[in-house]
Design a protein around this ligand. Structure first.
Ligand code: ADP
Ligand code: MG
Length: 312
């Protein structure tokens, strides 16, 4: 008899994870939680330990200490059941049988997934569907040996999402892809997450990740030095004005302004909604301030990352 995992369990829970290869400590005391529907981007310099962390979270590598739970189940002690709803690409490009076609490779993948306890059934229609989603329909009947690197990478993502995962883990899914393919992966990830799937991906594309990840974990030297909640950093507006300090003082008194700061020549305000931008402008004009520009004040993840990595 199987006991279902508690529904409230986070999608991914990593507690006190340490990992050594021989005498070398690669990961130090990693704690992280990813909720259902969350897109968590893992970033950090080459050699920081991202791939090692991803391999350990998916159960491919064992921790020296600590634990990893997927949907409430221990991935190292209850592996097949913990991984039943996991889709992953842990090395790029994923391994396929080069002498078989894309469709045949996905069929093999589906057959293997169905053999696991509680493993999902994948129909032929679904295989065609994911190939179309990854824009591989044209290649579906061709041997994987004839695929370009980018096509192979997209086939890896197709195999990871084939069985409708609740946890999706991708190691550098966009490295080496062209701009349009990167956009395609982003759209797929966003759509899965909005359906409740938890997504972890490692990437170096900071400016893009800032537009759709919810959380960014910065890993350097095997330590998770920072976890940035991007959702909490949106909705700020900056106003370029002749008197930033005076303008900030005026903005601060408005009921729809939550917080102000100045960064000359800007007054920066967190508004309760961007529907209040015209009201803020009207108030600044009424106060005699000259406004030269008003624009969203995007959080600069790249600058933030640079500072964090240099400090670490
Ligand atoms: P990243 O993915 O962030 O570039 P990795 O996780 O691949 O970093 O590597 C982190 C460190 O672990 C590196 O110093 C690497 O040499 C080491 N490492 C990775 N895999 C192994 C292994 N199988 N045996 C020994 N050392 C390894
Ligand atoms: Mg890596």
């Amino acid at each position: 008899m199987t006991t279902p995992a508690a529904p409230a369990a986070p999608a991914i829970e990593v507690r006190g994870l340490h990992k050594k290869y021989g005498p070398h400590a690669i990961l130090h005391d990693i704690d992280l939680t990813v909720q259902r529907g969350e897109v968590y981007a893992l970033t950090g310099p080459n050699g920081a330990g991202k791939s090692t962390l991803i391999r350990t979270v998916t159960g491919l590598a064992f921790p020296s200490s600590g634990e990893v739970r997927l949907l409430g189940r221990d991935v190292h002690n209850d592996g097949p059941r913990a991984r039943a709803r996991l889709g992953a690409v842990v090395e790029a490009p994923a391994r396929f049988y080069p002498q078989f076609t894309g469709t045949q490779n996905l069929q093999i993948h589906a057959d293997l997934a169905a053999m696991a306890p509680g493993g999902p059934r994948v129909g032929k229609g679904r295989i065609r569907e994911v190939l179309a989603l990854l824009e591989l329909t044209r290649m579906e009947g061709r041997k994987v040996a004839e695929y370009s690197l980018g096509q192979r990478q997209r086939l890896g993502v197709a195999s990871a999402i084939l069985a409708d995962p609740q946890v999706l883990i991708l190691d550098e899914p966009t490295s080496g892809l062209d701009a349009l393919s990167i956009g395609l992966i982003h759209r797929i990830v966003t759509s899965l997450a909005s359906g409740g799937c938890a997504v972890v991906l490692s990437t170096h594309h900071l400016r893009e990740i800032a537009t759709y990840a919810h959380t960014v974990g910065i890993l350097t030297g095997g330590r998770l030095v920072d976890t940035v909640d991007l959702r909490a950093r949106q909705a700020a507006y900056r106003f370029r004005v002749d008197d930033p300090v005076g303008a900030a003082g005026r903005l601060e008194r408005l009921p729809f302004v939550q917080r102000v700061s100045t960064r000359t020549p800007y007054a920066v305000a967190h508004l309760s909604s961007d529907a209040h931008v015209p009201d803020a402008l009207a108030q600044l004009s009424a106060g005699g301030f000259r406004v030269y520009e008003a624009s969203p004040d995007h959080f600069d993840l790249y600058e933030y990352y640079r500072e964090r990595v240099e400090q670490a």
